[in-house]
Design a protein around this ligand. Structure first.
Ligand code: FNR
Length: 396
């Protein structure tokens, strides 16, 4: 069984004991606009806070004197066996905060045997990520026009991806005031402030940013969409997904016809939308409010998870938003999630520690899951049912 605390693979990570610690380390390591982009949510951060407090609404009721010496955190999903019931959510522009960020995340996840969803809004071309890590899933924001949908789906299939995630909670750009305040835009605006931010964070400037440019040239935002996007540093700022026509259920039906692989819809919060996704041929649903980064005030995924699981019992239901601890993972699993994802913590881990950092983050979370399973008195995730192991918490 796993040790009580995780030993860090590199001295720089020795003081990182939990996923929360990665956030503190990333705040120091990254220039303010880049940290702000990852860290931020929308408007007043109601949803982001709600994502965390939703986990407090449930208490565990452990069982004692159970033999847990041969326990396993493994789970199966879409015919694959994964080492743990959590994975890495799609995080756009990962290569801006970590050198070759998408590949670092994909390879660390593959090594640990957990799923990783590559964001289509990456600075690295999807073919390169598929080649470096064939197990990665691909996430797309699709425009509402048939020619672009068809071109991208063909390209994703040709690259070898077998699992496609369509994110549907971004019909328009969210109000991320924090990005404006932190000086972040896409593409980045070349200002004195940005130059100063770079110079005062030399490990990031030389280890990530200039190294990326030396290897790839100036990367383009939206490298993976049919149209070539703008360079990541450019005076031509602020593009909005809504200029490309809106995705509808008819488009989703078209995607289903075009895509032979596993099709997952991400960003569903209403049970009727989950039913509709199933009726349109989705193979799975990710219940998500985008980490509180889209509609501020949107309900925490954990709160609607049981209803959605009940609405589409034949589909694997996954969730993300606010997962930071093994206990969170286990509460979501007890409420019916087949898999949970975390976004920000893995982005911080990649920024702070590259492949070792992401490996360490996965190890920490998996150790927490395994340790908590022992203390709950279960050896397999299938034993974790809500009636036996969870109670609604009293108001705190
Ligand atoms: C995201 N998220 C996201 N989702 C998506 O479908 N496509 C994307 O390109 C991105 N990009 C992105 C960038 C950054 C910096 C963050 C933090 C998040 C949302 C992500 O997949 C996931 O839903 C949330 O991150 C989950 O919440 P936590 O774990 O960050 O609380």
């Amino acid at each position: 069984s796993r040790p009580a605390t995780v030993r860090a693979p590199a001295p720089r990570l020795a003081r990182i004991l939990s996923l929360h610690d990665f956030e503190l380390a990333a705040r120091a390591h990254l220039p303010r606009p880049v940290f702000g982009y990852i860290n931020g949510a929308a408007e007043d951060n109601h949803s982001e806070r709600g994502n965390r407090t939703a986990f407090d609404a449930w208490d565990f009721v452990p069982r004692v004197l159970v033999d847990i010496s041969r326990r396993s955190t493994a789970t199966t999903l879409f015919g694959e066996t994964y080492a743990a019931p959590f994975g890495i959510a799609p995080v756009g522009l990962s290569a801006l905060s970590a050198y070759r960020g998408d590949i670092v995340l994909a390879q660390a996840a593959a090594r640990a045997g957990v799923p990783m969803i590559m964001s289509g809004s990456s600075l690295i071309r999807l073919e390169e990520v598929a080649q470096a890590s064939p197990a990665a899933w691909f996430q797309a924001y699709l425009p509402g026009d048939v020619a672009n949908i068809t071109a991208l789906i063909e390209r994703v299939a040709r690259a070898g991806f077998t699992k496609l995630v369509i994110t549907v909670d971004t019909p328009t750009a969210a109000n991320r005031e924090n990005n404006v305040r932190a000086g972040f835009s896409t593409p980045l605006r070349p200002t004195v402030r940005l130059a100063w931010d770079g110079i005062t964070h030399p490990r990031w400037l030389f280890g990530t940013f200039l190294k990326t440019i030396a290897r790839h040239g100036v990367p383009h935002f939206e490298n993976n969409y049919a149209r070539r996007g703008a360079p990541i540093i450019s005076p031509n700022v602020e593009r909005d997904f809504s200029d490309r026509g809106h995705l509808s259920w008819e488009h989703f039906a078209l995607i289903r016809r075009l895509w032979q692989g596993i099709l997952v819809i991400k960003g569903v919060l209403h049970p009727d939308d989950a039913r509709r996704a199933r009726d349109h041929g989705a193979d799975g649903v990710i219940v998500s409010n985008h980490g509180g980064r889209q509609l501020d005030g949107a309900v925490a995924p954990l709160r609607v998870l049981p209803e959605i699981v009940a609405a589409v019992p034949e589909l694997p239901v996954m969730m993300d938003s606010g997962v930071r601890r093994g206990a969170d993972v286990l509460k979501a699993v007890a409420l019916g999630a087949k898999m949970v994802f975390a976004g920000r913590p893995f982005a911080y881990a990649a920024a702070v520690g590259g492949p070792d950092g992401v490996g360490h983050a996965i190890d920490i979370l998996q150790t927490e899951v395994s340790r908590n399973m022992a203390m709950l008195g279960i050896s397999r995730l299938e034993e974790l049912d809500r009636e036996r192991f969870l109670r609604r918490a009293e108001a705190r």
